[in-house]
Design a protein around this ligand. Sequence first.
Ligand code: FEO
Ligand code: CA
Length: 676
Amino acid sequence: MTRQDILNDPAIGNKAEAFEAFDDIPTNPNLSSTIGEVVAARYSRRDMFKGALAVTTTTALFGTSAILAPKQAAAAGSSRYNFTELEWGNDTTHHVAEGYDADILIRWGDPITADAPEFDVMNQTSAAQLQQFGYNNDYVGFTALNDAGTRGLLCVNHEYTNEEVMFPGLGRQDRDGFAGMTPELIDIEMAAHGGTVVEIEKETTGAWRVERASPYNRRITPLQTEMTVSGPAAGHPRMQTNADPDGMKIIGTLNNCAGGMTPWGTYLMAEENFHGYFWTSKLNAEGRPDLSSLPPAQAAQHKRYGVPGMWYAWGTRHDRFNIDIEPNEPNRFGWIVEVDPRKPDAMPVKHTALGRFRHEGCETTLAADGRLVVYSGDDNRFDYQYKYVSTGKVGADNAANSQLLSDGTLFVARFDEDGTVAWLPLVYGTGPLTPDNGFKDQGDVMIDTRIAADLLGATPMDRPEDAQPRGDGTVYLMLTNNSRRKPDQVNVANPRPENAFGHIIEIKEDGGDHGAPAGRWSILVQCGDPSVAAVGAVWNPETSQNGWFGSPDNAAIDADGRLWVSTDQGGNWGKTGKSDGLYGVETEGSARGTSKLFFRCPVGGEMCGPYFTPDQETLFLAVQHPGTDGTKDLAGFERHSTFEDPATRWPDFDPAMPPRPAVVVVTKQGGGKIAV
Ligand code: FEO
Ligand code: CA
């Protein structure tokens, strides 16, 4: 399918769905059968094509007892998630397990400072949006300001914008060349991206509220927040632009999806689909970007990253997003950004030692010797899983700790058929990372991380989303889906062709040490409906019809070491009939591979966060783009949402208000730890 075919497809309801369908087209050149050759030794190729994989893998994961005697295999009460499972479904509002409250904490447009204007959706301005909560809340982090943990700073990413439900009378813009996007609407979009830091407080009633008068409250946006650069690509010639000849000062951050909090309380924002914001006026006969006027190496580099994506019209207003004028500007995005929420005047830092790719998230942990370890996935079909290990150790000095993100080694994962995972270092001058292959220094290796990882023979994955480490040297990888994987492109860690529902991989790093250069991996679950054999889903058979899910995306580990997984099915939720939600996925004992539904989203919304406070009494969840994706499949609605006619007006249900992305706070009625 061409881009135009996708734009013309009546089943596709908005720009985000079109982007998802188009971005199906992989940019990784390493998809020949040489990669397909790394095929399951543990699960034979023949078995996969016979559809026998589910049985084979069930045996491998749970032993034959799981098949032969499922009731005995998982004794009653063996799941550690103590709550009554929610019933699956899809409707216009959110639902949480019985005995819990789920309250709205903050929504798109809510003022975040004492003098910020109240939200006026019919007359929104960029100046107002800069002082109000942004759109499409994704990552949520929290850092306490008091010992009791009842006051703290909430750190929230705003990934993207949905013009068709944000702006009155505008409608979808990607099909019509963004003709309706005025300069002010573009600036509102930019002001609605980025991040928010707000102080929140737990009242004696147990409810949380935003403290609007807090000096910590601030917005971080691609419209006007200046950032500095650290690490091997800081000041690099390929980071220099007309506006910034030193390559050291970048305005803003883009498409901040998941993220992380560091052990010293700073907030990491991952830059994901940055390519979509870049523009060119040079198009070929098919209407696609024509990069032939760029030097061939630069054209190849941009192509590997899908630049320019042209999913936003920002480049028609701001020269820096037009690669005809600033061909190096895309090199300045796709990084990990560190924000110190306790220092509202401090400039955020883009840390280039963690590599440049479509960073889904950036969760941190410690190696056995105290070095910082950061796991991050590159969310594209057939791209890679990475981890970063600092040179120095985490200590008591926070300024020194921040330097750990500037000096360390980035590794990419190769999954081998003997069940090992090898972490391959991306170091200039080693292996193929030399001038012969276009790398002049470590800055080049970091700017072209994907190309370096291609040369090292990393394993092309089914869209690596969040990677969630646990303190015991275990990490869980969310592989969300990859419907483009052909039968000859399966590999040992991505065993399903046309993987529409994704899977979760567990890695146990050698010696229980996140700093180890290798580990052992296994597949925890293969997602989708286990009652349909052709799907090839693998769950512990104790999982109920409510518990299985598709498209794992974000994840969290709670204070008891339990895994929680949230889903993002996009416009494809009609394939499961289930709205996106949050699930408790058991990793231990006889219940390993079971899943229980705890919370579900209103229609068209994506489940983000999740984040547990350390006392495990509060869970922050983010509902992103409610009322948008796949609303043609909502019974009784069966059409695409617009501002005037949305599938839901969650969370306000006010006829004068469109749906609004919002952060939700979940607490147990009467208090106490969640799901215990
Ligand atoms: Fe922004 Fe990969 O989800
Ligand atoms: Ca995500």
